[in-house]
Write a protein that binds this ligand. Structure first.
Ligand SMILES: [Zn+2]
Length: 97
């Protein structure tokens, strides 16, 4: 019945439904496609939620880098940041058990 292809998971930093929603909205946020109200909501969530802020920071940086390098390659330094962020997040997951 359900023939939709599986969606790639968003950044694993997302821990709650609110976080997931915030991260999904990040792309629109970065593209400036959001209303001021929506933007304010996301901004507020980012202020309170460091995992999301990390992700936002990363996405923003990635977008700038990609634009600058004509979507050619992701710099190693940036790649390392993702790996580190994900490692950090899973550590926090274990610690909060
Ligand atoms: Zn969050």
């Amino acid at each position: 019945m359900d023939t939709r292809p599986p969606e790639p998971p968003p950044l694993q930093l997302a821990t709650t439904a609110e976080c997931r929603e915030a991260l999904e909205t990040l792309y629109h946020f970065l593209d400036g496609e959001l209303t001021d109200t929506r933007r304010g909501e996301i901004q507020r969530h980012l202020d309170e939620c460091s995992p999301c802020l990390e992700a936002f920071d990363f996405e923003a940086e990635l977008k700038i880098v990609v634009a600058r390098h004509c979507r050619d390659r992701v710099p190693e330094r940036l790649r390392m940041r993702v790996v580190m962020a994900l490692t950090e997040a899973s550590k926090e997951d274990l610690a909060s058990e």
